[in-house]
Design a protein around this ligand. Structure first.
Ligand SMILES: Cc1cc2nc3c(=O)[nH]c(=O)nc-3n(C[C@H](O)[C@H](O)[C@H](O)COP(=O)(O)OP(=O)(O)OC[C@H]3O[C@@H](n4cnc5c(N)ncnc54)[C@H](O)[C@@H]3O)c2cc1C
Length: 419
C-alpha cells in the first residue's frame, strides 16, 4: 500500500473526554487553590526538609474519588497515549502537585511501567501494587557523578553475584525521589558483566530503600530550588539483595532502560506543554493589567508579538507531541522513538522560550519567588538534560536522517557538470 498522505487521529473516546473534563475541574477547583498551602508548608520547614506537605495526600484522595488515577498506564486506564496527552498537559500547569495527585508523577511512572513490563508476579505483588495504589514512592538510580551517564554504557556501579545474592557497590547522583520519606524502593542499574558485549553488560535490580549499605547522602538543588522529593546523591556500599530482585534478565538493563525512558520522555513533554500554557496565560494577564508609558503593556506591539510567538511555538510543539503519541499508539514505542526524540528536544525548547518571555514581561517579579515562573524555568531548563541531553537525541536524529532514502532520486544540479 502507498503510504498515507496524512494520518487521521482517532477521536477521543467518551471516557477520555469525561476524564479530561474531570481533570480540568480538578486542576481549577482543587490543585491551583492548594498551591499556597503546599508552598507555605515547605517555606516553614525549609529546603532541607523532604516531608510531603499534607495537602498532597488530600489531593490524592480527591483525585482518586474523581477517577483521576494512574492515567499514564494504558493497561490500567484504558486510555491511549494520545488521549492521555491533553490530561497530562493539564497536570503540567502545576508540576509539583498535579502529577503526583493523580499518581502520574515521575519517576514512579517509569518504574511502574518497568515493573509492569518485565517484573515477575512476585515483584509486581511486592512493589507494583503499592505504587499503583499510591501507598509508596520509588526512585530510579542510573546516573553517576564519575562518568558521562548520557551514555548508559559508561555506568560503573557493580552488581556482583554472590551465590544467591547480588552485591551492589557504586555511587549515584541526581536520583529523583530518594529523599522522600515515602520512597520505599530504588531500581538500580549497574554492571553484572563488564566483559560482555557493550549493551549486555548492564542489569537492573530492585533495592528496598532500607537495605543496609544504601546511604542517601544529600539532595541537589535545581538552580537553587530544592524539590520536596529530592534529587539525591546515593552511595551503595556492599548492598545485598536476593537474586530474585533482578528486574528482567541479566544483561538486559540497557534495553530495559530504553524501554523505560521512551514513555517517560513523552510524558515529561506532555506535562511541559501545560507549564508553557500557564506561562503564556500569565503573560497575557500581566500585559493587560500592568501599565507603563501611558497604557497597558499589551498596547505595545512588541509585547503582542511575543504573545503571538508564544502561541505559535506552543501549538507547534503540541502538534509534534501529539503526533509522537499517536505513533506510539498505532505502531509502538520503537516506531515512535525518533518522533519522541524530536518532541523531547523541541517541546522543552518551546516551553522555555515562552517562560523566558513571561519572565521578561514580569520584570523583577519574574526573577524571584513571588511567581511560579522562575521555578518553571529551572525545571524545564533541567529537562533539556535529564532523560538524555538534547545533543544525544540530536545525534540519533541526525544519524537517522542521513540514512533516510530520499523520496525522489534527486535530479543533477548545475554544479554537477563541473564535478
Ligand atoms: C533534575 C534532574 C533529575 C534527574 N533525575 C534522575 C533520576 O531520577 N535518575 C537518574 O539516574 N538520573 C537522573 N538525572 C540525571 C540525568 O539523566 C543526567 O544528568 C543526564 O542523563 C546526563 O548525564 P550526565 O549528567 O552524566 O552528563 P554527561 O553524560 O556528562 O553529558 C554532559 C553534556 O555532554 C554533552 N553531550 C552528551 N552526549 C553528547 C553527544 N552525543 N553529542 C554532543 N554532546 C553530548 C551534552 O551537552 C551533555 O549535557 C536527573 C538530572 C536532573 C538535572
Amino acid at each position: 500500500m502507498n503510504q498515507p498522505m496524512y494520518p487521521a487521529y482517532p477521536a477521543p473516546s467518551a471516557r477520555a473526554q469525561e476524564l479530561y473534563d474531570a481533570m480540568l475541574a480538578f486542576v481549577r477547583d482543587e490543585v491551583l487553590p492548594a498551591e499556597a498551602s503546599y508552598a507555605a508548608y515547605r517555606a516553614e520547614r525549609g529546603p532541607a526538609d523532604h516531608t510531603p506537605p499534607p495537602v498532597l495526600e488530600e489531593l490524592k484522595e480527591k483525585a482518586r474519588a474523581r477517577g483521576l488515577w494512574n492515567l499514564f498506564l494504558p493497561h490500567e486506564s484504558g486510555l491511549s497515549q494520545l488521549e492521555y496527552a491533553p490530561i497530562a498537559e493539564l497536570s503540567g500547569w502545576s508540576p509539583e502537585l498535579a502529577p503526583e495527585a493523580i499518581n502520574c508523577a515521575a519517576p514512579d511512572t517509569g518504574n511502574m511501567e518497568l515493573l509492569h513490563l518485565v517484573g515477575t508476579p512476585a515483584q509486581q505483588d511486592r512493589w507494583l501494587k503499592p505504587l499503583l495504589d499510591g501507598a509508596i514512592r520509588s526512585a530510579f538510580a542510573m546516573t553517576e557523578p564519575a562518568v558521562a551517564s548520557s551514555d548508559a554504557t559508561n555506568i560503573e556501579t557493580r552488581i556482583d553475584r554472590d551465590t544467591d545474592e547480588y552485591v551492589i557497590n557504586g555511587r549515584k547522583w541526581w536520583i529523583t525521589g530518594a529523599a522522600d520519606p515515602r520512597c520505599a524502593v530504588l531500581i538500580v542499574m549497574g554492571k553484572t558483566d563488564p566483559t560482555a558485549e557493550l549493551h549486555r553488560q548492564q542489569s537492573m535490580v530492585i533495592v528496598p530503600a532500607d537495605t543496609p549499605g544504601v546511604d542517601i547522602q544529600r539532595s541537589l538543588p535545581v538552580f537553587g530550588h530544592h524539590d520536596q522529593h529530592g534529587h539525591c546523591v546515593v552511595q551503595f556500599t556492599d548492598v545485598r539483595v536476593p537474586v530474585e530482585n533482578l528486574l528482567g534478565e541479566e544483561g538486559g538493563g540497557f534495553a530495559a532502560a530504553q524501554m523505560r525512558l521512551g514513555p517517560g520522555r513523552i510524558h515529561h513533554v506532555m506535562r511541559a506543554l501545560g507549564a508553557g500554557e500557564r506561562a503564556l496565560a500569565m503573560m497575557v494577564r500581566r500585559a493587560t493589567t500592568r501599565e507603563a508609558f501611558g497604557g497597558p503593556l499589551a498596547k505595545q506591539s512588541s509585547v503582542r508579538e511575543r504573545i503571538a510567538e508564544s502561541r505559535i511555538e506552543l501549538d507547534q510543539a503540541r502538534a509534534l507531541c501529539h503526533h509522537a503519541a499517536y505513533v506510539v499508539d498505532s505502531q509502538g514505542n520503537k516506531a515512535a522513538r525518533h518522533l519522541i526524540a524530536e518532541a523531547k528536544v523541541a517541546v522543552p525548547r518551546a516551553v522555555l522560550s515562552v517562560i523566558d518571555r513571561a519572565i521578561q514581561l514580569h520584570g523583577g517579579a519574574g526573577i524571584g519567588d513571588s511567581t511560579v515562573l522562575s521555578q518553571l524555568w529551572a525545571w524545564h531548563r533541567a529537562m533539556r538534560i535529564f532523560d538524555g541531553p538534547d545533543e544525544a537525541h540530536l545525534a540519533t536524529l541526525g544519524r537517522a536522517e542521513l540514512m533516510r532514502a530520499p523520496l525522489f532520486e534527486l535530479p543533477p544540479t548545475i554544479h554537477d557538470q563541473f564535478a
